[in-house]
Design a protein around this ligand. Structure first.
Ligand code: ADP
Ligand code: MG
Ligand code: ZN
Length: 518
């Protein structure tokens, strides 16, 4: 047909040329039409998104560690799909959307896949950014296609339901008008239209599961009843959750006798499920490199370092630098141990990522509230690195920038939470100058305290630093073997925490490192 039209067109043009009609404008118009047609073709032909994830890889709910509450809530919601007949007979309107919110790597995608397995549904997935296009209307078209394909493939596979998973929904579901970009609006409107069109009588039925870590920027229209009816929080796992995830991730790995999962779970405060998965994988890679056939506790320890700090670098610091790094890290370690006995996991001076050395602390337990004392102690620990350098050499180095940033940020938190000497403040109307003065005051005060705490170790620190330089890495037990006798000869080492005020913040800081500096 196309060829026919083209042929007739060419014949017409030649005929007109014969008649000495000026054919230039015609040719021009023809060219223009051709270009338009070509562009339309390209637009319509944009490759379809939403890869059907072959249902070969079933994810079951028991492959997801921790997240017990989220899993229970999700399963409850999914019973809407499993017991559709009852839902229908009671006249309950169907559940249309479930929104999973939480930080990256916590298992939201896994949950969506497990939901498909649990309900025996077709599973289609897409990402918010795939709907964002330069051309107006394309995003909306893609949304329409996605829903249509969900229905047709469910029918083809003889399934009653389909689950559409849209990751990063905030990209397309951000507040309308916010970007002053019509395309976002149209796409979002189309999504809302599709959701409104879902009904109980429809077969196969479609359920939309979306994920985001920015539910705060979502358009309120999406969160209205009848749209994303259920919001389920998928948070970072607590210690038991981490233990569960570690157990799941090591199922197929040969573990040495000495592996203590409990310990690893305790050490990995703030890790997401994805980070734990990476950790287990790294440990196995280390085993491969060492030609081992089992993964040992030490390998897990190195893997934690790697996930936290990055790969070991080939940098070879001079003896002089190594000694300084060791003294610096010892400073952090001493104060950390004085403040919270038993919490130094190990001290390392092997360069990793940007860090020349670091101390890893074991968090006592997962904490969500911090007391004033606790914050001050953390400031002491942060300052202790460069103060130890000063104690021994009489000068400091450039490597402590990170420590100071950390200390200042803790001090700022302290002021903003109303725990400083100026009392409760209105964060919005707090003048910079006042904040600044207060932060300086706190840091100066803690600086003095930390110096005093370090003094008793002045004569002992070099010897142990040399030991660290020789060994490269020292574990907590050995460190305490050195520290405790010295401490025992001192009186008045401060211990114990008094609860003055508590505030609700999260500080997932578990390591102090000396960076390369400027
Ligand atoms: P999200 O979608 O929340 O960013 P994913 O579901 O994509 O996270 O998780 C990425 C990977 O991390 C998973 O494939 C899995 O290996 C691991 N993972 C994350 N959370 C968990 C968990 N709760 N249990 C087991 N593995 C997890
Ligand atoms: Mg994901
Ligand atoms: Zn430091």
């Amino acid at each position: 047909m196309k060829e026919w039209l083209l042929g007739i067109g060419v014949a017409l043009v030649i005929f007109l040329a014969f008649l000495h009609v000026n054919i230039l404008p015609l040719l021009f118009l023809g060219g223009l039409a051709g270009m338009l047609w070509f562009m339309m073709e390209r637009r319509n032909g944009t490759p379809a998104i939403a890869r059907d994830i072959p249902v070969k890889h079933h994810v079951e709910f028991d492959e997801i560690g921790g997240q017990e509450t989220a899993k229970r809530e999700l399963m409850e919601a999914l019973d809407f799909l499993r017991y559709r007949d009852r839902i229908k007979s009671l006249g309950i309107r169907p559940l249309k959307g479930i929104l999973l919110t939480g930080p990256p790597g916590t298992g939201k995608t896994l949950m969506a896949k497990a939901a498909a397995t649990y309900t025996d549904s077709i599973f289609l997935s897409a990402t918010g950014s795939e709907f964002v296009e330069m051309y107006v209307g394309v995003g909306a078209q893609r949304v329409r296609d996605l829903f249509r394909r969900a229905r047709t493939s469910a029918k083809k596979e003889n399934k009653d339901s389909a689950i559409i998973f849209i990751d990063e929904i905030d990209v397309l579901g951000g507040r309308r008008g916010q970007f002053s970009h019509q395309e976002y609006d149209q796409t979002l409107n189309q999504l809302l239209t599709e959701m409104d069109g879902m009904s109980t009588t429809q077969s196969p039925s479609v359920l939309l599961v979306a994920a985001t870590n920015r539910s705060d920027i979502l358009d309120p229209a999406l969160l209205r009843p009848g749209r994303f009816d259920r919001q389920i929080k998928v948070d970072l796992p607590d210690k038991d959750g981490r233990l569960h995830i570690l157990k799941i991730q090591t199922r197929s790995k040969p573990l040495a006798e000495n592996v203590d999962m409990e310990h690893i779970a305790r050490e990995t405060y703030g890790f997401s499920g994805a980070q734990l998965e990476a950790l287990v994988n790294e440990a196995a890679i280390i085993a491969l490199r060492n030609n081992g056939d089992k993964v040992t506790q030490e390998m897990f320890r190195d893997a934690v370092d790697k996930v936290l700090m990055g790969e070991k670098t080939g940098r070879k610091p001079t003896e002089e630098d190594l000694e300084r790094v060791a003294i610096h890290e010892l400073g952090h370690a001493i104060i950390s141990e004085l403040m919270r006995p038993g919490t130094v996991s190990h001290i390392t001076i092997a360069p990793r990522g940007d860090a020349l050395g670091f101390v890893r602390q074991i968090p006592e337990s997962d904490r969500y509230l911090y007391t004033l004392d606790h914050l001050k102690q953390q400031i002491n620990v942060a300052l202790a690195g460069s103060l130890a350098e000063e104690l021994h050499y009489g000068n400091r180095s450039t490597g402590a920038q990170n420590d100071f940033m950390q200390a200042s940020s803790l001090a700022r938190t302290l002021v903003k939470c109303g725990l400083s000497r100026i009392g409760i403040v209105d964060e919005e109307n707090l003048p910079d100058a006042v904040l600044d003065t207060e932060v300086r005051y706190i840091l100066a005060e803690q600086d003095k305290i930390t110096r005093e705490l370090l003094k008793p170790f002045k004569d002992h620190i070099l010897e142990f630093a040399h030991h660290i330089v020789e060994e490269e890495s020292i574990n907590g037990t050995e460190f305490r073997g050195w520290l405790d006798p010295i401490q025992a000869t001192q009186v008045g080492a401060q211990k114990g925490v008094t609860i003055e005020n508590t505030i609700n913040i999260q500080l997932p800081e578990t390591s102090h490192s000396l960076s390369q500096g400027a």
